[in-house]
Every structure is written in structure tokens, then in C-alpha cells.
Write a protein that binds this ligand. Structure first.
Ligand SMILES: Nc1ncnc2c1ncn2[C@@H]1O[C@H](COP(=O)(O)OP(=O)(O)O)[C@@H](O)[C@H]1O
Ligand SMILES: [Mg+2]
Length: 317
């Protein structure tokens, strides 16, 4: 568990981070979200001691990180940055091996781990002997991630990890990230200014402004129960898309048609399916059903959209 308490960074004329407190559970992904300059990177860098705080503290598994050896700390915490920070004159294999080599691993163990990482991150074996500029942006980003995961750190910090990619590659890598076993067990703090990314990848989102936390909670909590006007306005532009992604069949049950037995070959969707995923699943007018304990209800794109429309008229406050 990672705990940040009253973390503050003051520069002579500017407070970059102001009394930030949060904790991240083991295996959880917390996304720091906010516009440029709101203090996300500074917060992240205080967690691995790339920046020393003016005040406040960071505890990792109950121990103040200032009392831990900085090299041990960096071994425990993987770090991924936007431009990937790969060494251009190192091959991909050499780039991935940087931390294991610092740790004095035997060559055989490094080779084995590298092969594992390539497979996990869907990188071609041939890339091992190539240089970063011979790979695509998406591949480089995966190498950056492979390098951060090489020594299997329990905590991973990511600063705009997909920021350098074009929107299409970005969306596909984002989907991939979500399903990577290599990341699923990790405690992750990820920085982004991209609302979509925050909602897709964050178990919880910490929305910041001017160095302060405005709200911290699940994407759904931020969207449906904004703590203040700043939070409400922050999501205005993308509200419809975000609602489609976060409102689930369960939320709409009271508004959906009455339930009746369905043929056994009906496509069954679990109640936590989002409206947008349900619409995708019901390709071209196909009928589906919400899977409940012992009743199933019929579902078409039409009745789903109508229920969603009603929900939007009066969302829960
Ligand atoms: N070394 C520094 N000296 C003075 N101000 C800084 C320094 N580093 C960052 N800042 C300021 O602190 C604020 C937060 O920066 P940063 O954490 O990089 O924001 P973000 O990552 O959210 O874009 C910005 O206004 C930035 O200009
Ligand atoms: Mg930044």
C-alpha cells in the first residue's frame, strides 16, 4: 500500500503541489488527472524521490520512503515516462536489461526475463536486436513499459505513458494495457490530462487543479457526484461519452422493459456491462438480455437507448 500525506512542493514563487493526500491499495490503479501545470508530475516524482517534498510524507508498505535506501526504492518502483526515455544507442534487449544488470542478475536470468516480457507485451522477438528508432511509437512505448517492469516491481508510476502516440495507436494500446496480466497485480499511479484515458484505466481518479485535489473517487463518483463546480465543469465536454461508458445495465434496470423468459441461445450480458459495450455487443439490431440471478430481460439497442435517454433526463443526484 502506498500512502501520501499532506504532500507539498513549494518553489520560490509558486506552490506546485499543495497538501495532497491519498492512498493506493495493492493492485489498484489511481489516475492523477488534470490540465497541464496542475502538479501531477511533481506529485509523481515525489513518490520515487526524484523530487524532495517541501512538506508531507510518502509511505510505502508502512515505511516512510525517506528511510529507505534510494536504490532499493527505485527497484521497488517502476517508472514509465512519455518519451519512454529509452537509450537510443542501446538495442531493445539492452534497454530492457538496464535495471536487472544494475541488480547484478546473471545473463541467463536476464535473457529469460526479457523473453517473458516480449511475449507479455506482444513485441516481436526480432526487435531485441533493433534500436528504438527502428520501432513504431506504439512498440517503443511497450519497450518503455517492459523496461519498467523488468525487475517485477510491485509499484509502477507512469507519467503520460501514451502521450506521445497518435490517437488511434493510443486507443488500442490503452485497451491492451487494461488486459495485461503483467499490470493487473501492480499498484499503479498514472498521470494523464486525458479524461478518456483516466476513465478507462483508473480504478479511481484523483482530479487536481492548481496543486490541490478537487476530488478523488471512482470515475462514476466523479461523473455522477461531483464534489464542486470545478469537477462538474471539467467533464462537461465529454459528458455523454463518459456516461455511455460508465452507466451500466444495472443502473438502467428500473427503466428497462419488464422481464420475461428468453430463448436459451440469447446473448446474455452481465449487469455491470456499460451502455456503450452493450450497444457494441448488440450488433445490427440483435436482441440480447441482461443476465440476472434468475430472471433475464430482453434488450434491444432501441429499448436500451430509450432507457438511457430517460436516465439522462434525471440522473441520480
Ligand atoms: N523546478 C521548478 N521550479 C519552479 N516551478 C516549477 C518547477 N517544476 C514545476 N514547476 C511548476 O509547478 C507546476 C506543476 O508542474 P507539474 O507537476 O510539472 O505539472 P503537470 O505535470 O500537472 O503538468 C507548474 O506550474 C510548473 O510550472
Ligand atoms: Mg506533467
Amino acid at each position: 500500500m502506498l500512502t501520501v500525506q499532506h504532500l507539498t512542493k513549494r518553489y520560490p514563487n509558486h506552490t506546485a503541489v499543495d497538501e495532497v493526500s491519498f492512498s493506493v491499495r495493492e493492485g489498484e490503479t489511481l489516475v492523477l488527472l488534470g490540465t497541464s501545470g496542475c502538479g501531477k508530475t511533481t506529485t509523481l516524482k515525489m513518490i520515487n524521490r526524484l523530487i524532495e517534498p517541501t512538506a508531507g510524507r510518502v509511505d510505502l508498505n508502512g515505511t516512510d520512503i525517506r528511510r529507505q535506501n534510494v536504490h532499493d526504492l527505485r527497484r521497488t518502483i517502476g517508472y514509465v515516462i512519455q518519451e519512454t526515455g529509452l537509450f537510443p544507442h542501446y538495442t531493445i534487449a539492452q534497454n530492457i536489461a538496464v535495471v536487472p544488470q544494475l541488480l547484478g542478475w546473471a545473463d541467463q536470468r536476464i535473457r529469460q526475463r526479457t523473453a517473458e516480457l516480449l511475449a507479455m507485451l506482444h513485441l516481436p522477438e526480432a526487435s531485441l536486436h533493433q534500436y528504438p528508432d527502428q520501432l513504431s511509437g506504439g512498440q517503443r512505448q511497450r519497450v518503455g513499459l517492459a523496461r519498467a517492469l523488468a525487475a517485477d516491481p510491485p509499484v509502477v508510476l507512469m507519467d503520460e505513458p501514451l502521450g506521445a502516440l497518435d490517437p488511434v495507436t493510443r486507443a488500442s494500446i490503452r485497451r491492451e494495457f487494461r488486459h495485461l496480466d503483467a499490470l493487473r497485480q501492480k499498484t499503479i499511479v498514472m498521470v494523464t490530462h486525458d479524461v478518456q484515458e483516466a476513465f478507462e484505466l483508473g480504478d479511481r481518479v484523483c482530479l487536481m487543479d492548481k496543486g490541490r485535489i478537487q476530488q478523488i473517487g471512482t470515475p462514476k463518483e466523479l461523473l455522477l457526484r461531483p464534489a464542486n463546480d470545478f469537477v462538474r465543469r471539467f467533464f462537461d465536454d465529454q459528458r455523454l461519452t463518459l456516461q455511455l461508458q460508465t452507466v451500466t445495465l444495472q443502473d438502467l434496470l428500473p427503466l428497462l422493459a419488464t422481464y420475461q423468459p428468453m430463448p436459451s441461445d440469447t446473448l446474455l450480458l452481465p449487469p455491470d456491462t456499460s451502455v456503450s459495450d452493450a450497444l457494441k455487443a448488440m450488433a445490427e439490431g440483435q436482441t440480447a438480455a441482461v443476465q440476472l440471478a434468475d430472471v433475464v430481460g430482453p434488450l434491444t439497442s432501441q429499448n436500451l437507448l430509450s432507457a438511457f435517454g430517460q436516465w439522462r433526463q434525471s440522473p441520480p443526484s
